[in-house]
Design a protein around this ligand. Structure first.
Ligand code: ADP
Ligand code: MG
Length: 302
């Protein structure tokens, strides 16, 4: 059985590249770039609540970082550094090896460096904090939506929820277990979008956060929503865990958004518009009749 310190050294201590000091001391040291603001975000994943007991370690390593990278994307920030707090029931080396492989594969792809963390024995839990950089004054907020803005969605909605409902649907399960954070899109939207959020709790609920924060309403056309093949109405509107970006941009930006979509090879669908008035979301069917969104995810809902 490895000790706590051997475990950290073996699986999580990688040489610091851009950090002035990484894993191994009492704290890491960072040198933020001139002219940039730091974006910081944390997500806590608990066994039995955010992932099922016995979940594949490599996939969990991927997802625990992916959800944080997605928050950077939604702010328009470039991921730079991450810390990892782990509670583990045992020092299971096969598990640690898988987890580290999933985590570092994604970290390397997006240029995020693991610079520290904490490791303790306990019921399995993974907490990642991520730090990113965004040019001063250009971060994307939930509060920036303006009446007349187009509403855009990346990729497709409902795949992760479909994967949860249909464990035999490999394509949908992939969306659930290995979400692809839209980091490049988020960075490129600085200067184009007025507001953004990532879809973690469901399209209707997450767009609702933009509406609340921006004190505006919205009309969305159900037909225009990009739907994962086979996903039903509720999975599309209220399924969580897709980690697509929902953003708003002035109509004058349409050509720029479309050019960006082609450049990134990522579908960007224009699904509705921001309206003056109460923070209410209206979803209209083909006949113009309202469509009910169902309910997005809420940890404390009855
Ligand atoms: P301290 O007692 O000061 O909390 P630790 O012994 O917990 O220090 O950690 C030693 C070093 O290893 C620190 O630099 C810490 O950031 C790092 N570390 C601990 N656990 C992890 C982990 N799971 N991933 C990355 N770094 C870790
Ligand atoms: Mg510690």
């Amino acid at each position: 059985m490895v000790s706590e310190f051997e475990l950290i050294r073996k699986y999580f201590d990688r040489p610091a590249r851009s950090a002035a000091l990484g894993v191994g001391d009492d704290a890491a040291l960072l040198r933020p770039s001139a002219g940039m603001e730091l974006a910081v975000s944390t997500d806590l994943l608990l066994e039995g609540r955010h992932f099922r007991a016995g979940a594949d370690a490599r996939l969990l390593g991927h997802k625990s970082l992916a959800v944080n990278l997605s928050d950077m994307a939604a702010m328009g920030a470039a991921p730079r550094w991450a810390t990892l707090a782990l509670a583990l029931p045992a020092a299971d080396e096969a598990w640690l090896d898988g987890f580290a492989r999933g985590f570092f594969a994604l970290a390397e792809r997006f240029g995020a460096e693991l610079i520290g963390g904490d490791t303790t024995r306990g019921p399995l839990a993974v907490c990642v904090t991520i730090l990113g950089e965004v040019p001063h004054g250009l971060a994307l907020f939930r509060a920036g939506a303006t009446p007349g803005d187009d509403i855009w969605v990346s990729g497709e909605l409902g795949g992760a929820a479909l994967g949860l409902a249909q464990p035999g649907n490999a394509g949908a399960v992939q969306r659930l277990d290995q979400p692809e954070p839209r980091v490049e899109l988020g960075e490129r939207l600085c200067g184009i979008a007025n507001s953004a959020i990532d879809v973690s709790d469901g399209f209707a609920q997450d767009l609702g956060h933009i509406l609340e924060r921006s004190a505006v309403g919205a009309v969305v056309e159900y037909e225009r929503l990009p739907k994962f093949y086979g996903a039903n109405h509720e999975q599309v509107l209220s399924g969580g865990d897709d980690y697509e970006l929902v953003f708003t941009a002035r109509q004058e930006k349409r050509a720029e958004v479309e050019a960006l979509s082609r450049e990134l090879g990522l579908a960007l669908s224009r699904v509705g518009s921001i309206q003056k008035g109460e923070p209410k979301l209206q979803i209209l069917g083909r006949d113009g009749a309202p469509v009910s969104p169902g309910r997005g995810f809420d940890h404390f809902a009855a």
